[in-house]
Every structure is written in structure tokens, then in C-alpha cells.
Write a protein that binds this ligand. Structure first.
Ligand SMILES: [Zn+2]
Length: 458
């Protein structure tokens, strides 16, 4: 249950915490030199078993981060796979960075990437069938969502064989408003995609044809998610940011703007935000941008760069969903209750039994989500309106922000004293019209509020 939530993907150390008022814009300009060797421990439950599917994308993304920054400055990564309980104790369900070391729960990361694979597979089905959007680009529509993707991942992991997998899928689909044919097809694609992932020697053409479309999307999304997670922890390990070039959201000032919603206490409780955390986050975003630059260059080198470009667009969108899962929930959570939705209370806020964990000194998780979404949106040139926080991820985002509002020191969140319309001004570009309507006018309807496009009531 949710009270078992543990710290995710953040290094927590009392000695590094500084009060919000204790640092300035000048401090954010610091770029201290750091460790020359970083040990990365990939924690697994049982080292004698083969590494979990999805490991390839974790390792390749970390390798790319190394090549695009660390190796150039002479910083070497030393990696180990270990089932030493001390590793899992450090990593929890996520990752943890401290001076010279990063500990990451590889099983959890692989789980996360499988959920991402489901969304990539589901979204690619229309595109695979050659269905196009009005504007002429390929249609990409994820009809599963990460909640279902999580349930389906668990079924796949426990299924005895392929027939059992399909039968179990159809069993759960009946309770859900989704097309069984699409889900079974997505399941076949996921299975093929993960097998391809597990076998470096295999030829992609030997698998279900769906993975030719889904794999690049899955791979791009995995690169973004892993570089975001590791980029943050590696900054703690390096004790500085290896990437000196500011990211696009720093130069546009959006990073500071979003940071200030917490740092100033204007929107949310300050939560004693530490400088270390703000800097690590800024570095993570720089790492994501480096990863993006490399992927764009690679895609542009391919014979059909326009199709490759569309794959990257889908990857950016899915990365927001994947990061949303990890940033606002715990991978060990009870998924069936992860997004319980209740009508707004007397204060006009949608409420939930879902618990967004707050760690003193950290950025609120939905703000991390917003920063990543902002960066990916700005990196997207051809289909920017597609890169948003939508559907279940938007639900998590709104609820997560409400938790941050409720954390205000001045108590202004209660009795309708908090003006939600200010949220629309800051975060409106990242969400669909329904969320903006909710913030501005208090209209919330879980069936229509979170879609990316306008939806009318049925
Ligand atoms: Zn951290």
C-alpha cells in the first residue's frame, strides 16, 4: 500500500540540505569539479538469474550519458551487478546517488521500461496499420495508458505461456474500456520487443512486424527516462554537473520559473528545498538534452529521416508518461488503487486516496515531471502540441500538485483560499484544455478533464 512508499531516485543526505532562503541565483551558477571515478551498482534480487529484460536499454542509456559527458572529462564509470542486500537498501525501488557512487534497482527500472514498452506498443498499433492523422503524420494514440500497462506487465511476467498470457489479458480487458484485439496485439509486440531486447544478436526482422515501429519509440523513451533518472543521481555522485552547457529550458528561463513555484512558496510549500537537489535536477535535464541531440543526429543519418523523426516525437511523449509513473508512484505500489479519483472536496480541489510522497528538501515530484515535459516539448519542433502531460499522467500531475499546494506553510490551500488559476498561467502549456478549465473554473470531470485534446461530455 502507499504508506510503504520510499524515496525515489533521489539522494537524501541531511548534511547537504540547505534552507530555501540559503541560496541565490548565484549559487545556481556553481559548477564544482567532482569525482574522477563513479561506481554504479545495479542491484538485483538474484544475481544467478539472467538480468531482467529491458536491461539493455538501461545500460545503453547510461553508456550514452558517459560518452556525451563523463568520459570526455576523464570520469570513468565502474559498473557491477550485485544482489548484496546493502545495495537494495540504498536504492529502494529506485536509485540513490552519493559521492562517487550510484545504486540503482535494476529490477525496478526494467519493470518501468516494460510499462513503457506497453505504451509504445499500444501507441504504435494505429501507426503500424498505416492510419494517419489529419495533418498527414502517422497516428499515434496510446489506448492503454500506464495504469493498464502496469497490470498487463504483471500478467506477462506471471503467465505460464503465450496462450495463458492472451487468455489472462482478455480476462482483465473485459472489465476495462479497451479493445481486446488491440491489447492482445500490443501484448504480442511487447513480448517480441522484450525478446529482441534480451538478445543482442537477434535481427529485428525476425520478430512480429509491430516491433519495427514500436522499438524505436520504446528505445527513445527509455533513453530519455534513464538519462533523466541517472543524470540526477550521477550529479550527486560527481558532486557537480559534468554538462556545462545550459539546457534549453534554462536559457528560456522556464527552469527557474518552475523551480520558483516551490522555492518562493508562492504556489506550493517550500518544503525546505535543498540547493543540491535543484542542481542535480538541472543537471539531469542537461543530460536529457545531450541524449536528445545524439538521437536527433543519429535519426538524421538514416535513409528515411522523416519517419525516424516521428518515432522520436512519440518517444518524447511516452517518456513523460514513463517518468510520471516513477516520479509520482512507487513501482512496488498496489496499482489497482494508484489513481483512485474522488470528486472535488469543499475546497474545490480534486482529492484522492493516492499518496504522493513528499520528501523534505526535494523538489516535488510533479514539478520534476513538469520540467522534463517542458524540456521535451521545447526539443520537439514539428509536433510540439503532442508533447504534453495527458490522460492518466495528467491526473497524477494535477493530484501531485494538489499535494504540494496542501503543503503550504501558510495554510492558504484550505477553504478555497488558494487561487488555482495561477497554475494555468505557469503549467497551462504542458496540459490539455480540460485541466486548464479545471484550474480556472473549478470544472473537474475525471472522464474528460485530462485528455490532451478538447473533449465534450458524453
Ligand atoms: Zn537528488
Amino acid at each position: 500500500m502507499f504508506n510503504r512508499l520510499v524515496a525515489l531516485f533521489s539522494a537524501f543526505s541531511v548534511v547537504t540540505l540547505q534552507s530555501t532562503t540559503g541560496y541565490t541565483q548565484g549559487d545556481l551558477a556553481q559548477d564544482s569539479p567532482g569525482s574522477k571515478q563513479i561506481k554504479i551498482s545495479y542491484c538485483v534480487a538474484d544475481k544467478s538469474k539472467p538480468p531482467p529484460m529491458g536491461t539493455r536499454n538501461v545500460l545503453s542509456a547510461v553508456g550514452r550519458l558517459s560518452h556525451s559527458g563523463y568520459l570526455k572529462k576523464g570520469v570513468k564509470f565502474e559498473a557491477e551487478f550485485t544482489d548484496n542486500p546493502a545495495c537494495l537498501q540504498k536504492s529502494g525501488n529506485g536509485c540513490f546517488g552519493e559521492s562517487g557512487a550510484v545504486f540503482c534497482n535494476l529490477d525496478s527500472l526494467a519493470d518501468l521500461l516494460e510499462r513503457t514498452a506497453w505504451i509504445a506498443a499500444s501507441g504504435s498499433i494505429n501507426a503500424m496499420r498505416g492510419i494517419t492523422k489529419n495533418e498527414g503524420g502517422l497516428a499515434f494514440e496510446d489506448k492503454i495508458g500506464w495504469e493498464n500497462a502496469s497490470v498487463f506487465s504483471e500478467i506477462r511476467g506471471n503467465a505460464k505461456n503465450r496462450d495463458d498470457f492472451a487468455a489472462q489479458l482478455i480476462g482483465v480487458v473485459e472489465e476495462r474500456d479497451i479493445n481486446a484485439v488491440d491489447v492482445v496485439e500490443a501484448g504480442e509486440i511487447v513480448q517480441a520487443l522484450l525478446q529482441y531486447d534480451a538478445d543482442l544478436q537477434s535481427n529485428i526482422n525476425d520478430f512480429h512486424s509491430g516491433i519495427i515501429m514500436a522499438y524505436p519509440v520504446y528505445e527513445a523513451a527509455s533513453n530519455y527516462i534513464v538519462s533523466f533518472i541517472f543524470g540526477h543521481e550521477l550529479a550527486h555522485a560527481y558532486e557537480g554537473c559534468i554538462f556545462s552547457q545550459p539546457s534549453i529550458i534554462e536559457t528560456s528561463d522556464r527552469f527557474t520559473q518552475i523551480l520558483d513555484t516551490q522555492r518562493s512558496g508562492k504556489f506550493f510549500g517550500k518544503n525546505n528545498l535543498s540547493l543540491d537537489e535543484a542542481l542535480a535536477e538541472r543537471c539531469a535535464l542537461r543530460g536529457v538534452q545531450h541524449m536528445d541531440t545524439e538521437m536527433v543526429a543519429y535519426k538524421n543519418s538514416k535513409p528515411d529521416a522523416s519517419v525516424e523523426k516521428i518515432m522520436l516525437t512519440f518517444g518524447r511523449r511516452i517518456a513523460i508518461d514513463g517518468a510520471g509513473i516513477i516520479l509520482t508512484t512507487n513501482l512496488g505500489s498496489d496499482w489497482s488503487q494508484a489513481t483512485d479519483w474522488q470528486s472535488p472536496g469543499e475546497d474545490g480541489l480534486p482529492t484522492t486516496s493516492y499518496n504522493v510522497k513528499i520528501e523534505p528538501g526535494y523538489l516535488y515530484y510533479p514539478l520534476r515531471m513538469a520540467m522534463l515535459a517542458e524540456l521535451l516539448q521545447q526539443l520537439e519542433h514539428s509536433d510540439q502540441k503532442f508533447i504534453k502531460i495527458c490522460d492518466n499522467t495528467a491526473k497524477l500531475f494535477v493530484m501531485g500538485l494538489n499535494v504540494a499546494i496542501a503543503h503550504r506553510e501558510d495554510g492558504k490551500y484550505s477553504e478555497g483560499k488558494f487561487d488555482h488559476s495561477g497554475l494555468a498561467a505557469t503549467f497551462g502549456s504542458l496540459v490539455g484544455p480540460g485541466v486548464i478549465d479545471g484550474w480556472e473554473n473549478g470544472n473537474w470531470d475525471s472522464a474528460i478533464s485530462f485528455a490532451c485534446e478538447s473533449k465534450s461530455k458524453k
